[in-house]
Design a binder for this molecule. Structure first.
Ligand SMILES: *Cc1c(COP(=O)(O)O)cnc(C)c1O
Length: 362
């Protein structure tokens, strides 16, 4: 790792493999001998098309998505999917349940309310969004078109340890644990997430849409908002975010070389366990506010005995080369986001810093 790289625990955009950053920098001025950079060429050029189509096939390979899922690269982030999902799936008047498990589940529900007939299949608001429901906690109305879940709530720092086991298809916002756990395809009709948490820079959502959803979507939608458009045009219906897709392509190759989703899953479990272990063995100095069974493997939130100590922790951490450790502005505290590309050395350094800080201030 070059000396000038900090330990970047940002919740999104995420730290990326330094090898990917270096390759992008080296290849930027003259892409494959074309005499121009990739971001200056036509998105219809053969050189770009190679990158684009390879990205789609890398996604299928890594996720093992079955053939009846269309893989789409759509601008607007995960946020646009909050609207596109109900627009494409609820136009015939069907209703859908939403699991409101935190800030992101709440936003998905709020957008869906403006589009279709939706209800809350569960709400964690009473507990302050510190745990996830199990299947038995869900209130799923018969005939629901889908149930929307957020697999990992990035701000609350909670994850669904198991996906719900219900008769209704799931739609999953997997932004912040994307490709860090297997996706059980038979349960899902749509899976989506912004690239910038685990897979690349901001600028694109990666969306998996089951063929039956494409077939049912209304004809009346504006073209960009219809999944059918992105399916039929191989996500080239308009100018795609070429730099983001190129960078994501390199991250996906890095993931494949690193052992794919199963290796990412194992590493995330081990690394988060080390940080939680530091919290749990600190004699109460550090405290995790979330239900132990639902602790996120990606976004580890914790508190110190006082807000003053939290401020000292954060300023000393920053001086020691740790960036982006403050919790989300809506909840405070500390949040260490340990996405796929986080180097092990940064986790080692954080654990050591935490132990040392507790010994000096506990
Ligand atoms: C960051 C995030 C979003 C929003 O993603 P954008 O790509 O910025 O729109 C949605 N859901 C979850 C779980 C997130 O972590």
């Amino acid at each position: 790792m070059p000396k000038e790289r900090v330990h970047n625990f940002c919740a999104g955009p995420c730290t990326l493999p330094v090898s990917v950053i270096e390759e992008l920098a080296a290849e930027l001025p003259d892409f494959r001998g074309s005499g121009m950079s990739l971001i200056e060429m036509s998105h219809r050029a053969a050189d770009y098309d190679d990158v684009h189509m390879e990205t789609l096939s890398l996604l299928r390979e890594l996720t093992e998505a079955p053939d009846d899922f269309s893989i789409q690269l759509i601008q607007g982030g995960a946020t646009l999917q909050f609207a596109m999902v109900p627009m494409n799936m609820l136009a015939d008047g069907a209703e859908a349940g939403y699991v409101v498990s935190g800030t992101w589940g709440k936003k998905a529900y709020a957008d869906a309310v403006t589009v279709g007939s939706v209800y809350q299949a569960w709400s964690g608001g009473d507990s302050g969004f510190t745990s996830m429901p199990s299947t038995g906690d869900l209130d799923v109305r018969p005939g629901s078109r889908f149930v929307h879940i957020t697999s990992n709530e990035t701000i609350g720092g909670i994850r669904m340890p198991e996906f719900p086991d219900i008769d209704v298809p799931l739609v999953g916002d997997m932004s912040s644990d994307y490709l860090s756990r297997p996706i059980p395809w038979p349960k899902f009709d749509v899976v989506y997430g912004g690239a910038q948490k685990n897979l690349g820079p901001a600028g694109v959502a990666i969306v998996f849409v089951r063929q039956s959803v494409l077939d049912q979507a209304p004809e009346s939608l504006p073209a960009y908002l219809a999944y059918r458009t992105h399916h039929e045009g191989d996500s080239l219906a308009n100018t795609p975010p070429m730099f983001t897709i190129w960078a994501t392509n390199k991250v996906l190759k890095w993931m494949r070389e690193s052992g794919g989703i199963s290796a990412m899953e194992k590493r995330a479990a081990e690394r988060s366990a080390r940080i939680y272990g530091t919290i749990d063995t600190s004699g109460g100095f550090y405290r995790s506010p979330v239900d132990e069974a639902c602790r996120s493997h990606m976004n580890i939130v914790f508190r110190l005995p006082s807000e003053d100590l939290e401020a000292t922790f954060l300023s000393e951490a920053q001086a020691a080369g740790f960036e982006n450790l403050p919790g989300h502005r809506s909840v405070g505290g500390i949040r260490a986001s340990v996405y796929n590309a986080m180097p092990d050395e940064s986790v080692d350094a954080l654990v050591e810093f935490m132990s040392d800080f507790a010994a000096r201030n506990g």
